[in-house]
Design a protein around this ligand. Structure first.
Ligand SMILES: Cc1cc2nc3c(=O)[nH]c(=O)nc-3n(C[C@H](O)[C@H](O)[C@H](O)COP(=O)(O)OP(=O)(O)OC[C@H]3O[C@@H](n4cnc5c(N)ncnc54)[C@H](O)[C@@H]3O)c2cc1C
Length: 483
């Protein structure tokens, strides 16, 4: 394959992969005056933040990420002038609704009190859990969106940590008495893509609900690609360069640099830098465990989804799975790799309710997925649509077109999504904060010029750019001086 031209022969930093973490790393280094080159395998930059007309002309769908609580909470993204580069966050009227068979829904509003009103007798218990966390939200995001380090606010971290270490099933069943609050929490925790009785699955549930109250669950106006376009535009304004259509196979093909940062899977780093990294470190990279996969459907719709519950008709995201027992059973089957749930837990986004620019006038889009065993090619379309129809009778009649992607479609689309794993690695407690390899600085490798900056490093999956930020900080501190 012919390599694309680059403007220079030598850079301070070469970043392989242009996902939100690769771009964040490049921006942080460019801020310090480093010349940076970002190399992307695909035809356009963006990794998990791309948007395309997947179904019909005029219907713009987010191929991967769609909802951005971590994007707005990210201390690094918040510090960047991304609005000047075209990024607008759009907030739905209600961040999230969780409908039940009886036609009512639990709902997470930005406002804790409004949320409590949907939780019956658990109102006070919910308030007691979240109010102190939300009061400390800024400090908690700074602490949690990074590697393990001494807490700047020990009290707030202790309050978060005691709950975060628990299995989600335990927290939901001991903290709450009613089905609504238990199911609401289980739905948040299911974003961990782990069986919900596993240790630390409460961490992701707490973080996402904390974000819902503190900063919201917005979408990017026009689609998630607006975020990567803003990051590229800002990087370019700082002198950075991005080249596409270059799937890097070996570190030897890269221009000379003080530091190489890999926004790739640990396995890809091991293959690309096999001749440079010691055998023991390579073995540890290859032992890294990936998480389960997913099956996703994008719909072009003739009308909004006719949810029975009023809150679901006004919510940006809808968790479709009924009560806690059903969610726990579905996630256990899929995430332990034992099978495909008959009634999957579906995470659904309906962005056109707050961002009509994504579809022709009066029309809508929806994005929904469920978890499946790693590498599965089982078609979950019928089961996903049956779940939605259960809470929104008439949904199937609204469908104008659909597009689906299974685990191998995703891995073929972006090699970081190993077996359909969307979180950069299994969220098992043993690799939550020490990924990909336990080292005092997890972004470094035994070579001073090689770093990992993808979501396979802390703080893991999600569009926040913080893995890239911290990897860039490591390179600024440890990389060899300029020649
Ligand atoms: C279906 C789906 C839904 C999701 N939903 C959400 C959501 O709603 N909210 C959220 O916050 N997160 C979501 N995520 C997760 C989020 O997209 C990822 O956590 C995030 O994109 C990780 O960023 P990254 O920079 O680490 O890697 P990626 O975004 O995966 O980017 C890596 C880039 O590196 C490139 N690359 C890899 N290897 C090479 C190579 N050898 N040479 C050159 N280039 C290479 C890839 O092509 C890719 O462009 C979702 C992911 C998926 C797949």
């Amino acid at each position: 394959m012919r390599k694309p031209e680059t403007q220079q022969q030598r850079y301070d930093a070469v970043i392989v992969g242009s996902g939100p973490n690769g771009l964040a790393a490049a921006i942080r280094l460019a801020q310090e005056g480093w010349s940076t080159l970002v190399i992307e395998a695909a035809a356009t930059p963006g990794g998990g933040t791309r948007t395309a007309e997947l179904t019909l002309p005029g219907f713009h769908h987010d191929i991967c990420s769609a909802v951005h609580p971590m994007g707005v909470a990210s201390p690094f993204f918040k510090s960047l002038p991304l609005a000047e580069h075209g990024l607008g966050w759009v907030h739905p009227e209600i961040p999230l609704a969780h409908p039940f068979d009886d036609g009512h829904a639990a709902a997470m509003y930005r406002d804790i009190d409004a949320t409590c009103e949907t939780l019956g007798s658990d109102a006070q218990r919910y308030r007691r859990l979240y109010r102190p966390l939300v009061d400390d939200a800024d400090g908690l995001f700074k602490q949690l969106l990074g590697p393990i380090r001494l807490p700047a606010a020990p009290l707030a971290m202790t309050r978060f940590g005691i709950n975060a270490l628990l299995p989600a099933t335990w927290l939901a069943r001991t903290r709450f008495r009613g089905d609504a609050a238990r199911a609401l929490f289980a739905g948040h925790a299911a974003h961990s893509i782990m069986p919900l009785d596993a240790a630390c699955t409460s961490a992701i549930g707490l973080m996402l609900s904390l974000a819902g109250h503190a900063v919201g669950w917005p979408v990017a106006k026009g689609g998630s690609a607006a975020l990567s376009q803003a990051l590229v535009s800002h990087l370019t304004s700082l002198g950075g360069e991005v080249v596409c259509d270059w799937p890097v196979a070996s570190i030897d093909e890269l221009p000379a640099a003080r530091a190489y940062l890999f926004d790739t899977s640990p396995g890809a780093l091991a293959r690309i830098a096999a001749d440079r990294l010691p055998a023991t470190y390579l073995r540890r990279l290859l032992r890294f465990r990936h998480g389960p996969g997913l099956f996703k459907v994008d719909w072009a719709l003739d009308s909004p989804i006719p949810w029975t519950a009023a809150a679901a008709r006004r919510a940006g995201t809808v968790h479709v799975g009924g009560g806690i027992d059903e969610i726990v059973a579905a996630e256990d089957l899929a995430c332990s790799g034992r099978g495909h749930p008959e009634r999957p837990f579906v995470l659904l986004s309906q962005p056109t309710l707050c961002d009509p620019s994504r579809a022709p006038q009066g029309k809508h889009t929806a994005w929904g997925y469920c978890h499946v065993p790693s590498g599965s090619d089982f078609d979950m379309t019928a089961r996903i649509e049956a779940q939605i129809e259960r809470f929104a009778p008439g949904f199937k009649d609204c469908i104008a077109a659909r597009a689906t992607m299974n685990c191998s479609d995703y891995e073929g689309y972006n090699s970081n999504l190993v077996g359909g794993d969307i979180t950069g690695g299994m969220n098992h407690w043993s690799q939550l904060f020490t990924r990909p390899v336990a080292r005092s600085n997890p972004y470094t490798t035994p070579e001073r010029d090689i770093y990992i900056c993808s979501s396979s490093s802390p703080p893991g999956g999600g569009v926040h750019g913080m893995c890239g930020y911290w990897a860039a900080e490591a390179a600024l501190r440890h990389a060899p001086a300029a020649r």
